[in-house]
Design a protein around this ligand. Sequence first.
Ligand code: ZN
Length: 124
Amino acid sequence: MPKRMTEKQKTGLPKRILIRKSDMVKVISGRDKGKTGRVLSVNRDAGKLLVEHVMLVKRHTRPNPAKQIKGGIAERESQIAVSSVMIVCSACGPVRIGHKVETSGGKAHRTRICRKCGAPLDKK
Ligand SMILES: [Zn+2]
């Protein structure tokens, strides 16, 4: 049996991911198709995300009183491929991400916008 490859070895270079932490995304394919959730973390090397309440897996944990860990079966999120989700615009639902470049004082500033209505997707 070959040793299990890491995600990085399988996929090569880190992906350019336009989705960021705390974005709202909708799952468009796979087991959890149709679900919406907040992005908890982004894994660029693997091209995957951790999304709240999406791709739940059951973890069987042993109790460890020293670490205050209760035993039993806990549900935890597992990673989902970036290609399986789309960012959610508050006005039009799942959309593709566009960019708007603003130049202020000679400095170009890129903000992510909704490709449908042009509303900004960055909160700040
Ligand atoms: Zn929109």
